[in-house]
Design a protein around this ligand. Sequence first.
Ligand code: ARG
Ligand code: ASP
Length: 736
Amino acid sequence: MKYIKLYFLLALLIVSCKTVQETTDTVISITPTETVVDTREIQGGMWIPSLLEGVNETEMQMLGSKLTAKDIYDVNNSSLKDAIVHFNGGCTSEIITPNGLLLTNHHCGYGAIQSHSSVEHDYLKEGFWAKSYDEELANPNMSVTFIKRIDDVTDAVFAGVTDEMDEAAKMKLINQNILKVNKAVEKEAWQDSKIRAFYKGNQYLLFVTEEFNDVRLVGAPPSSIGKFGADTDNWMWPRHTGDFSLFRIYADANNKPAAYSEDNVPYTPKHHLPVSLDGVEEGDFTLVFGFPGSTNEYLPAVAVDQIVNVLNPAKIEIRENALKIIDSYMRTDPAVKIKYASKYASTANYWKKWIGESQGLKKSKAVAKKKELEDEFSKIVEAKDLVGYSTLLADFERLYKEIESVSLARDYWMEVAYRNVELLGITFRAFQIEQAYLRGGEQGFENAKNAILNRLEGTFKNYSAEVDKPVFEKLVALYAKKSPKAYSPSNLEGVNFTDLANTIYSTSKLITLEGAKELLTGTPEEAIKKLNEDTAYQFGKEFHTTFYTEIEPKFQELNQQLVAVQKQYMKGLMDVFPDKRFFPDANSTLRVTYGQVNGYEPRDGVYYNTTTYLEGVMEKFVPNDYEFDVPQKLQDLYNAKDFGDYAENGKMPVNFIGTNHTTGGNSGSPAIDAHGNLIGLNFDRVWEGTMSDYNYDADICRNIMVDIRYVLFIVDKYAGAKNLIDEMTLVHPKKK
Ligand code: ARG
Ligand code: ASP
């Protein structure tokens, strides 16, 4: 039996290697007795699901997949893609039952769970489980989107574009073509479509989509499971987080998208993922299917250098200061803890990511590696006299040098005046109203006022001026000290920021919703006058004016040139290195990434295993701790070893890692086995590998997944929501 398996595998490898050899340079040797392929070379990349036939299909099979390209994406028959759903624009989710049950991360459902929570019914703290459809909770602003079809429309988008045109003329025509093609697309009345650029604008794909807006909360574990380890463990391995939550899509009586209605019924999907009870082991094939947000894998060395040495350090410092202050308030006031939970998590998330990313880029010598590639590129360009590519690297050098201070100023404005000092963010909204008035008169004013007041309702629901004031004081002082002087507003010279904060937070009307509404009452002229007498508005307006008159125009001017150079460089790389693997950068469209379950060596002499277990949760357990508390019920189940059918040799697996190339947006993506079954739920990456957004390296870049058996165990044994387990299709692919 063993022999048959081995021969089969060898035959497959040899056949696959042949195909691969023709198209890539990844095969290192073929001998019958040892490993024939350096599998690290065929991992990494986020591939377009409709274009997997050929190289990707072969690579996947070499990694152990039994799936065909058509099993993954098929327009005419149901395929895995029909179970993959973009979750609220920023995450991924998947359908796991015939009744439209959606699985995603706890941190993706976090805002929704928070919005149903109060100090009395704190679902963040206690968890939430609907025991029947009736108990499922509606989420007014939530949407989920299916991809029905992907068409390559590159030729139509480039119609009429010639080499003689300058970049502005090309882009103008391209944008006109995009509108035309998108208008003419064949689709149903309830569907939408959009066109997105790939390979830096060298390819265009059209997506026909279907959006559902009635999405209800079904279940969420308490944060002490769903967010176990919180920010201390975030971006870290070994990890022990049950980062999942459950929602359900509702449709009208015809199974079509419909606004929320009591009459809606659970959606019937074209496909739902069967759930594997057999787990994973090192070397197993894994496929992650989802909506990665953005990567920048083909930046020149000079750009990566700037990120590591200039931009990341500034952003990290700003957030570190804001987080320290907010954290001190959250720890002492439970109401503040709820209000700031989601905001704090998202600010902390990228703060920590940038730190790991910078370290990883340095350690992996990303800049030097990019330089090497660029040298090779230049040599070939020169040898072959490829004039179209000959000035690109010099152009990058010049433009990145020029854009550096304005990029930095832009980051300071974004991080301080737009994002982290909330009152300045509020003055920005008010500033938009004044701008709308200047441009559009009374009507412009009214429209902007209504839209923005609506938005501010949400802002103020989770706002505390008491927390925001010290953040203002600290961050504005930092801005004055460190942001590039050439792009600084004029009102920061010689200011005492403590006095300034005292004045503004004791006099401004913009620290409450009522105050903001009051300022905006009356005729537009009256409102604008009152606004301009407000202390916070006066101060904020200087920042926003500087942003719009100095920072943004300069940034856009240089950035447009960079975009054009980057587009040509991408084309150049593909021409000059025809045998290298190039995948398009992530752009929030549906992608497939594949790899294997695999440990890694974070530092010399240390090897990290692939899997963590409930033992590890108990090892980290600190009673009543803010981050590492463990619910009593989970402790009891652990002590009784009451793991149902979900354990592996008597132990309860929690998380595992693999070489799948993921990024922000892939959270909630399914990890799928060689046969198309659900084995895990992607939620994070390891600290040493967060640089994968710029420099994927199969040696240390790992994605982190919740073992699906831990999800089942929590739903079944912890929550007693057997009703949900009964909806699922449980399978044993390994026990044939
Ligand atoms: N790092 C993961 C991701 O980027 C999980 C984030 C959860 N948030 C947190 N601050 N713990 O989304
Ligand atoms: N945690 C990320 C997300 O929310 C995934 C990642 O960046 O690896 O999408």
